[in-house]
Design a protein around this ligand. Structure first.
Ligand code: SF4
Length: 442
């Protein structure tokens, strides 16, 4: 049990995600800077398989709890012009990365990728495979919302070539679904999952969200039980990030209907217990995998666009509205709105809304945060442990982490307030960076 005092003290740090060095983007970092970084990355490791993120931002309507950058559309033909420009962006990226670069993983997310009809899905596949070559064992993932995805569409996605399916569930309770304006029956979810298995998808992930309005321990227990009964390969269980200022659609959600921080922490802990009892193994901060899943056996794991992947971190190229690029030496973000993204491509340059060339300290920060997210512990140098100071003493005293001669590890309670530990790592890497790396030495 986490005490009320701890919940109050670390309320702002509750949740499951860790920033990975992409949170301080410089708006002056533009297409020319990204192009240079892509060329340097290609020169450093021309044969290393990349990850590719493809964003399809369209949805039929906006759910009240949505935290994605989406475009509401009622007509599938709107996607045709989007695919024209997506093809242009892929070609521009390939100009800098080299022809037919190998990709070991692809993630098609959104929005709702199954907004596209079969012909548009065929076209999307042709567009990215014209410039990138999937490796023989590539993981090719596409997300689908069971409420608006037909069974023939699922069949078609497998026929096109995708190997993994992410099904958005969020919550199965009627009252919760009514509160967030997202209606989807258990039967729809089960039919999509069963068919995905039947047609040969090698992995199916279900996506849950805790901290939603009207969620109660009882309703959440039922959702978890029904999800476990479906026996997906993976379950992602992520926190609802309520932000009515940045997300106007959240204004429809009245605060009294939302679980408070303490209740949200209890829902998160409930998920760990229920999915653990159902035989799932917790991976990192927010993913649960069946024992047969390759992630359960992987010696190394890296944070991915959605959850984790086996093996070391790889460079990722993001294409489409809101997509992000993660290189060893730089990060960059595309515009989150359709219009500026389209304008950039119509002017024939990469649609870059900001980015950052990483300093040694940035890379150290990102490495530590990624290790924390993957392994729930990090190795620190003596200087870094010294720099942690009293803040670390407080976290240890509050039971969020433990510390050894060369490492810091999350305690079970720390998983619920990982933002506090991430903030400490941020301060440590800032304090221990060389003056020249701060760019301010004179
Ligand atoms: S379907 Fe998903 S991406 Fe689209 S509005 Fe709903 S939550 Fe957002």
């Amino acid at each position: 049990m986490v005490s009320e005092g701890i919940v109050r003290r670390y309320a702002a740090d509750a949740g499951g995600f860790v920033p990975v060095g992409e949170h301080r983007l410089d708006p002056a970092f533009g297409p020319a800077e990204l192009a240079g970084c892509l060329r340097e990355a290609a020169a450093r490791a021309p044969d290393a398989p990349l990850a590719l993120e493809l964003a399809v931002p369209f949805c039929w309507h906006r759910c009240a709890h949505c935290t994605c950058d989406i475009v509401v559309a009622r007509d599938r033909t709107r996607a045709d012009a989007y695919l024209d420009r997506l093809g242009r962006e892929l070609a521009l990226a390939a100009d800098h990365l080299g022809p037919r670069r190998a990709v070991g993983s692809v993630f098609v997310g959104g929005g709702t990728p199954t907004f596209l009809d079969d012909a548009q899905q065929d076209r999307l596949w042709r567009l990215w495979t014209a410039h990138f070559e999937p490796t023989r064992d590539a993981t090719l993932t596409i997300a689908a919302n069971p409420a608006v995805t037909s069974l023939p569409q699922i069949r078609h996605l497998r026929a096109v070539g995708y190997t993994h399916l992410v099904l958005g569930v969020h919550d199965l309770d009627d009252a919760v679904q009514a509160a967030i304006g997202r209606h989807q029956t258990y039967a729809q979810t089960r039919a999509c999952l069963d068919l995905a298995r039947g047609v040969g998808f090698t992995g199916v992930t279900l996506d849950l969200v805790f901290g939603l309005p009207k969620q109660t321990p009882r309703s959440w227990a039922t959702t978890l039980e029904r999800v476990a009964a479906l026996q997906p390969d993976r379950v992602v269980c992520r926190p609802f990030d309520y932000d009515p200022v940045a997300r106007p659609n959240h204004q429809a959600l009245l605060r009294p209907a939302l679980p408070d921080r303490g209740a949200a922490v209890d829902l998160q802990r409930q998920a760990w217990q229920a999915l653990g009892a159902a035989g799932y193994r917790a991976v990192g901060l927010d993913v649960f995998v069946a024992p047969s899943d390759p992630l359960a056996r992987a010696a190394d794991r890296a944070r991915d666009v959605f959850g984790y992947r086996p093996g070391a971190a790889v460079e990722r190229v993001g294409v489409g509205v809101g997509a992000r690029t993660r290189l060893d030496e730089a990060v960059a973000a595309n515009p989150v709105a359709l219009a500026p993204w389209a304008r950039a491509l119509d002017a024939d340059h990469l649609p870059t809304a900001g980015g950052r060339r990483l300093s040694a300290a940035d890379r150290r920060r990102r490495d530590l945060l990624e290790r924390l997210a993957c392994d729930l512990e990090v190795r620190l140098t003596p200087a870094e442990l010294d720099a942690a100071g009293d803040a670390l003493v407080d976290l240890v005293a509050d039971g969020l982490c433990s510390v050894g001669p060369d490492r810091l590890a999350l305690e079970p309670a720390g998983r619920f307030f990982v933002g506090a530990v991430a903030a400490l790592i941020d301060r440590i890497t800032t304090a221990t960076q060389a003056p020249s790396a701060r760019g301010g030495a004179s």
